[in-house]
Design a protein around this ligand. Structure first.
Ligand SMILES: Cc1cc2nc3c(=O)[nH]c(=O)nc-3n(C[C@H](O)[C@H](O)[C@H](O)COP(=O)(O)O)c2cc1C
Length: 186
């Protein structure tokens, strides 16, 4: 797919996870896309833990909120974490979260390009995830995503309904030219 097409087609598809194994080269491509993201002062604070295998995925899935429990159907879960101290703090702003966002965006787009489905999730018990994966105390677990082939025959088929219901703010609500020009609430 072309870049803009991938951006348009990426969506969160936790109810479309098939258990089909993902080829290691595809996982590698996705991690490589994340690795190439920009970061403040090139600190690259992100760390990725790839959990695969039915048993390991199931154990980890129990640390997720009930609304995310279907993650256990995925053949892989990627946990994204960082040490806040490994990145820049500028003017009270913790850039490790921003930098992780950059890497995860690349990751989700790369997966979409490969026809795989993802779904960023923050609703999990961080302490439990850390315990299960032996993550040190000073590391924060920021976000996770299942990685799976779609249940349907193609990514497009899996994403069709969600994309048709996509809700986004209108550009004029969020993009101002030349000066701050927030619209009055209707
Ligand atoms: C930081 C972050 C945390 C999220 N956490 C969850 C979550 O725990 N469970 C869930 O179902 N979706 C979660 N989402 C998915 C969002 O609800 C979803 O991205 C949003 O509704 C837009 O839909 P789209 O991704 O299909 O475009 C999260 C997304 C982000 C970026």
């Amino acid at each position: 797919m072309e870049t803009l097409e991938v951006i348009r087609k990426r969506c969160s598809l936790k109810t479309h996870l098939s258990g089909r194994k993902i080829e290691p080269e595809k996982i590698n491509t996705i991690l490589e896309a994340a690795r190439l993201a920009a970061s403040a002062r090139n600190m690259q604070p992100w760390r990725f833990i790839i959990v695969q295998g039915k048993k390991a995925v199931e154990v980890l899935a129990h640390a997720f909120a009930e609304s995310n429990l279907m993650i256990k159907q995925a053949p892989a879960i990627i946990i994204i974490c960082a040490r806040p101290g490994d990145d820049v703090m500028h003017d009270g702003k913790e850039y490790y979260l921003f930098d992780i966002g950059m890497a995860v965006a690349n990751m989700l787009l790369a997966a979409t390009d490969l026809g795989l489905v993802t779904h960023p999730m923050a609703a999990f018990n961080e302490g439990e995830v850390k315990r299960i994966l032996h993550i040190p105390d000073d590391v924060r677990v920021v976000i996770a995503t299942p990685l799976a082939y779609p249940l349907e025959a193609s990514y497009d088929e899996a994403a069709k309904e969600r994309l048709s219901q996509r809700i986004r703010k209108d550009l004029k609500e969020i993009a101002y030219f030349d000066r701050w020009s927030e619209l009055e609430p209707a």
